[in-house]
Design a protein around this ligand. Structure first.
Ligand code: NAD
Length: 304
């Protein structure tokens, strides 16, 4: 028997009609969860809609003996998705923000529409679903939330300015919700997955798409949503059974005194030393950022 179980728990998964979301839905259901399979059912670039994708995954879960219900709303209307969970199962314990599309083009050629749609689906969509679930999780003193970033957001990628901005934005959201939810046992984590799906089949060979199983990403996602999991505010890269954690690294920095502190030429002369990571540290909070700055003005103990 699996040790991580979700019996009596309701898991809402956006974009669960295919790819990664489908793998999550099946794995949560296999471990006893009641699953809301949300999917708008449009194309990879966000055109059109259909109930077929979500329905197919619900049928698959039922055939395996699990419990699931479909929802076809866009993540932009998060309250409707959460309402489906409440109407059918009476609670929401886990939210997996996974729905996504691509509108790739170089920044020079990117239209306002392509910029806006990507922000709306990825960033506003994850906000909207999570915002609707938040008071429910706070009230029951339990919640597990996953946001889906991307290596394109962490490192940048040619042709994905809109997508990169939204994806790293989701990590910012993760970190703040991890802080705000902690006292109510709500934990938020973020993943940057690599898997074969219709979004990656255009840039990967069929053999690579076939080998990069979404199920390997599902294993991390499910583990982060376990009741016992204490992980909070973290960012993971994961694919094909490899999982690594990302953290910020900060150089020791350079202090310029007196007139030099406001002299751009002196800063320019110091850039190489500023970027020297010998003796770097790993700040983990906003307080860690203020420390060196406040100590410069002789207010080490003071709050900004
Ligand atoms: P996918 O296209 O198979 O799955 C995305 C699903 O989201 C689709 O079924 C789609 O219909 C649904 N969707 C799109 N817009 C929606 C909306 N407005 N409301 C509800 N559902 C909507 O692609 P995937 O690779 O499984 O992607 C899942 C997530 O992982 C996405 O957020 C994607 O950006 C992210 N991601 C994937 C990879 C990868 O290697 N596959 C890498 C980095 C990030």
């Amino acid at each position: 028997m699996s040790s991580i179980r979700f019996d009596q728990k309701t898991v809402v998964i956006t974009g669960a009609g295919g790819g990664l979301g489908r793998a999550y839905a099946i794995e949560f259901a296999r471990r006893g969860a009641r699953v809301v399979v949300n999917d708008l059912g449009g194309s990879g670039s966000g055109d059109g809609q259909s109930s077929a994708a979500a329905d197919a995954v619900v049928e698959e879960i039922k055939a395996l003996g699990g419990e699931a219900v479909a929802n076809y709303d866009s993540v932009e209307e998060g309250e409707k998705i959460i309402q489906t969970a409440m109407d059918n199962f009476g609670r929401v314990d886990v939210v997996i923000n996974n729905a996504g599309i691509l509108r790739d083009s170089s920044f020079a050629k990117m239209s306002d529409q392509d910029w806006d749609l990507i922000q709306r689906v990825h960033l506003k969509g994850a906000y909207s679903v999570t915002k609707a679930a938040w008071p429910i999780m706070r009230k029951q003193n339990f919640g597990r939330i996953i946001f889906t970033a991307s290596a394109a957001g962490i490192y940048g990628n040619f042709g994905q300015a809109n997508y990169s901005a939204a994806k790293l934005g989701l990590y910012g959201l993760t970190q703040t919700l991890a802080i705000e939810g902690a006292k109510n046992n709500i934990r938020a984590n973020c993943i940057a997955p690599i898997a074969g799906s219709r979004l990656t089949e255009t840039i990967m060979s069929p053999a690579v798409v076939e080998a990069l199983k979404p199920e390997a990403v599902a294993a991390l996602v499910v583990s982060l949503c376990a009741q016992e999991c204490e992980e909070n505010g973290s960012l993971f890269e994961t694919g094909a059974g490899w999982t690594a954690k990302i953290r910020w690294e900060r150089s020791q920095g350079v202090v310029l005194e007196g007139e030099d502190a406001v002299d751009a030429d002196k800063v320019a002369d110091s850039l190489a030393r500023i970027g020297d990571f010998e003796g770097a540290d790993h700040p983990a909070s906003i307080e860690d950022t203020f420390k060196p700055v406040m100590s410069r003005i002789g207010m080490d103990q003071a709050k900004p």
